[in-house]
Write a protein that binds this ligand. Structure first.
Ligand code: ATP
Ligand code: MG
Length: 598
């Protein structure tokens, strides 16, 4: 037998069906056994009662007298036989029930209804030999008998002995037993059939239910069992369906929540990592991967990620009812980590990672800015103070010396005024507080104006100034004065940072709907590492040299703000020792009619 078959049969014997069959069979057997025992008992007791009744009816006192008289004769035994024989119908004598005349002394058979008979002395015969009427009263004996002593004076002459072999009763009992056995078998067959039917009726819906439950456990909520009846199984099916419905709804809700959370985790600006209570990583969102510089594919756990900041045990102890915060610097970033324990039994730890790098930078820039401003203002102030003090303390200083000192003081105050003005401009630009004077104007005219103004400066430093302008330069919609300031700032840088006798080239042209102006020089150039920083406030490549040329590092920062306000960009391209090109763009005016200021 194959394993599958064994399993199937094993299942059958343990099944409800088998149990039902067994119960019905046992019930059937029990009923039959009780009925059988009762019936058989009744049959034998009926026969025994009948025997006793017949005996009592025949052996009356008068019969006894008659027998005594008959026994007195010479052939007493024969006479007694005839006398008893006359009552053979009343005594129920037949092939199974015989009567005998026994010797009163020995109990030996003298004559009887049966020719040859050997009768062993039964308790009844022994009683009769002793002068009492003897009879067998126990049902279980293989015979029933009655021995009646026939007395002569005080001596027992003969014994009339009736004996029933119980065969008639036995035959009936046997027949009955057979019938009972037959009905038992039929009953068994019927009970098996019935239990099969009944169990099928009961087990079928249960099997359907079991199958549904199995499907449910695999996540299939679609195929629900139907309730065919409204009995217990019907109620069970209905309850099952309700349960499945609730389960499905709960799962959907949970799924929805999870999706919500996952989406939140995915798109939130902060990184999130989650760990189970033993420190295994449960979740990490892309931002967290990026901030920590790890990949979810790596083998990550609490120890490997945050071990150097705080240990798991410590955290579980401290973060019970409050968040634990830690600063973490990793691969050039300043991160703020917030640890929180979730769940009542230290179920796990959630870490929120906030990127503080920008804030850090801003803070640093602010600090640097304050330091720069103080420094920039302190130097001219110190000069002003010392020159003023010298003049005041030495009343007899020669006049021309005083004039020179006063000029220095004037220059330094001018310088301070310029710095303060530039700073004000910058702060207005940054806080969008600038009053822009927007107008339409031809850019070619503006460039001409600036070049005229710069001419003197160029000549002072013996620079060759080349201006290349495309024809038909467009009209610009913007703040004329500020855009001119951008150009001035860039041109004066070129003048400042190019040794005397250099060449400065201005090139202006149109690109799509943008205006592009670039200023190239043959000057000092800017080292690669400083190039992207020259637009920062107070940033100077060579502090000492810039300062000696009157620079504070604000010109390009202001230029950048103004250019960006006009929808443009400013870039630097430079080679150290060879020269620098600063290019900036800004939007042209839309092509509709409007007042153009010459
Ligand atoms: P300010 O313009 O406020 O008087 P500044 O000229 O020093 O001071 P920026 O115009 O912002 O400040 O320039 C920043 C720095 O960039 C300068 O200090 C200088 O080191 C460098 N730089 C700017 N333009 C050039 C250039 N054409 N050639 C070489 N270096 C330059
Ligand atoms: Mg400058």
């Amino acid at each position: 037998m194959s394993g599958k078959m064994t399993k199937k049969w094993g299942g059958f014997f343990r099944s409800l069906q088998m149990k039902l069959i067994l119960v019905l069979m046992v019930l059937n057997l029990l009923v039959m056994a009780i009925v059988g025992t009762f019936l058989l008992g009744r049959v034998s007791s009926f026969y025994y009662d009948e025997f006793t009744r017949q005996m009592n009816a025949v052996f009356t006192d008068s019969m006894y007298h008659m027998l005594q008289n008959e026994a007195k004769a010479e052939d007493g035994a024969t006479r007694l036989k005839d006398a008893v024989g006359a009552f053979s119908t009343s005594l129920g004598i037949n092939s199974n029930r015989n009567y005998y005349i026994l010797s009163g002394k020995t109990g030996a058979v003298i004559t009887g209804s049966e020719d040859e008979a050997s009768i062993v002395a039964t308790p009844a015969i022994i009683a009769a030999i002793n002068g009492r009427i003897g009879q067998e009263t126990r049902l279980s004996q293989p015979y029933w008998d009655r021995a009646v002593p026939v007395m002569d004076e005080n001596e027992v002459r003969y014994i009339v002995y009736i004996r029933d072999t119980k065969q008639q009763m036995q035959a009936l009992s046997d027949q009955m037993f057979f019938i009972i056995l037959q009905s038992l078998l039929v009953g068994l067959a019927i009970s098996i059939l019935l239990s099969l039917l009944l169990s099928k009726q009961i087990t079928m819906p249960i099997e359907t239910l079991t199958k549904s439950a199995k499907r449910l456990s695999k996540g299939d909520f679609e195929n629900r069992p139907e309730a065919y009846s409204n009995d217990e199984i019907g109620v069970l099916t209905e309850t099952f369906n309700n349960m499945a419905e609730t389960l499905q709804q709960t799962l959907e809700t949970v799924n929805g929540e999870r999706n919500k959370l996952e989406t939140l985790f995915l798109y939130m600006a902060d990184g999130v990592t989650a760990f189970s209570g033993d420190g295994a990583l449960v979740h990490i969102n892309p931002i967290a991967e990026e901030l920590l510089g790890v990949s979810a594919e790596d083998e990550l756990n609490f120890e490997s990620l945050y071990g150097e900041l705080i240990s798991l045990e410590e955290l579980l102890k401290f973060a019970k009812d409050k968040m634990v915060e830690r600063d973490f610097a990793v691969s050039g970033r300043n991160l703020k980590l917030m640890f929180a324990v979730y769940g009542d039994n230290d179920d796990g730890i959630i870490t929120v990672i906030h990127d503080n790098t920008e804030q850090f930078k801003l803070e640093e820039a602010r600090r640097e800015f304050v330091a720069n401003v103080s420094h920039e203002l302190r130097t001219p102030l110190t000069n002003v103070k010392s020159y003023t003090e010298t003049i005041l303390e030495n009343p007899d200083t020669p006049l021309e010396m005083r004039e020179r000192f006063c000029n220095v003081i004037l220059n330094e105050t001018d310088r301070m005024t310029r710095i303060v003005k530039d700073l004000l401009t910058l702060s207005r630009l940054e806080y969008r507080k600038m009053d822009w004077k927007i107008s339409r104007f031809p850019i070619a005219k503006s460039i001409d104006n600036v070049c005229q103004a710069m001419k003197m400066e160029m000549e002072n430093h013996k620079h060759t100034f080349i201006v290349e302008m495309e024809d038909d330069l467009p009209v610009i919609l913007g703040d004329r004065e500020r855009l001119e300031q951008v150009l001035v700032n860039i041109l004066s840088n070129a003048v400042k940072y190019t040794p005397d006798g250099g060449t400065i080239t201005l090139n202006a042209g149109k690109e799509k709907d943008m205006m592009r102006i670039s200023v190239s020089d043959t000057g000092l150039g800017i080292p690669k590492k400083d190039q992207k920083r020259v637009f920062e406030r107070f940033y100077r490549v060579d502090k000492a040299r810039s300062r000696e040329r009157g620079g504070t590092g604000l010109g390009l920062a202001i230029a950048k703000e103004i250019v960006e306000h006009h929808g443009g960009k400013i870039t630097v391209d430079s080679a150290l020792g060879k020269g620098t090109t600063i290019t900036f763009t800004f939007a042209c005016a839309p092509k509709d009619e409007g007042l153009v200021q010459e």
